[in-house]
Design a protein. Sequence first.
Length: 430
Amino acid sequence: MWVRGSSACQVFGRTGAPSGGRVAEGARAGDIVGGRYELVQLIASGGMGRVWKAYDSRLQAEVALKELWLIGPMPPEQRAALVKRAELEALSAVRLRDHPNIVTVHDVVVEHDIPWIVMQLVSGGTLQQRLQQGPLEVPEVQRVAEALLHALAAAHRLGIVHRDVKPANVMLSDDGHILLADFGIAAPETGTGITSTGVVVGSAPYLAPERADGKPGRASSDLFSLGATLYEAVEGVSPFLRDSWLASAHAVKYEPAPPMRRAGALQSLIATLLAKDPQARPTIDRALTLLREAAKPQAPYAPTEAVTPPEEPDEDEGSEKAVLVVTNETAGPVRIHLGTEALGSVDTATTAIHNVEPTAARTMRVKAQGHATVSRVLQLAAGRAVKVTVRQEGEVLHLLGDGVPPRPLGLLRLGQPRSERWLRLVGPGR
């Protein structure tokens, strides 16, 4: 029963079941839901509903209540089916109640065809609110990434897909905990994530490309949304936010994320999470490995350094080799060519060292599966090491390091018979 104050049963100023639309907009402080939850204060409002601070009179404890909006007029049987589905989906999230990085769902109450989700009340704010003060530093984002990866791992093990990972659903508690919230729209991995009216569940700038295309969400879809969330956390801007839902969905599907300026060691992880192809995104275990590697102390970077050749050099100084050091921070192996010479492949998260002939200018070419070849001109001096790091941002490869000036040269459009792709250049090419 829904009671407003001590009066008889009243639903938003009228009796009877609502016929459709955002019917919950009339709820206000003092209303009682399920005979035990008194609405105290409105906390937040979004496209899927509103969140209230409430008081559980039975347990004498504060809780959070989310009212889910069922948008649009519809026949009674269709509405009943949607209410039932929302109830079942919310109940599926109850199975995650013991995880330290997930906001606990305690109960689900249906009042006059409106589902209410009873959740743990977290003292603190959202990541979205925190980002209004500016981007986070890399170590802070690493903590957020680790917490959310563990939360998603727990959900995915139970076959549950969140479907709406974004800064507004990441809670930063006053006691330092990081929790993923709003599992109320989570669903089994076999679900479509689309309402009966054809509305895709989720926020466009954080949707995975396949979900923006209307395809079912999978575990890998949550990882793309995580990548967009981490990008915004460290860079301070959403990579795919545009002026409208359709424009944001188009950016998610077709546009690469802008180059990262502040991500540092997190670039590799974020770039692989933002892969347009679900198969190219890392598993959670792989993502955690990349995160641990990013957390390792980084040695001070020097443009060039003297090295001891691995073989005994000839007395003739002119016979000394140059050393090319290639580190692969992409999601897969890359093939390296220097001039006409094939130097072989470098596996992901691996560094390869090659002794090469010194030259004032020699073209290095890097190729990865599914990516256009990237080439740069290197200066290779005898007895010196040149370090090159291969990084990936979405579908774009970057070469960074010695002899590869970081100054952007703009965009080069590569015409291909079957498709057109864009390649961002980060230094002088061939």
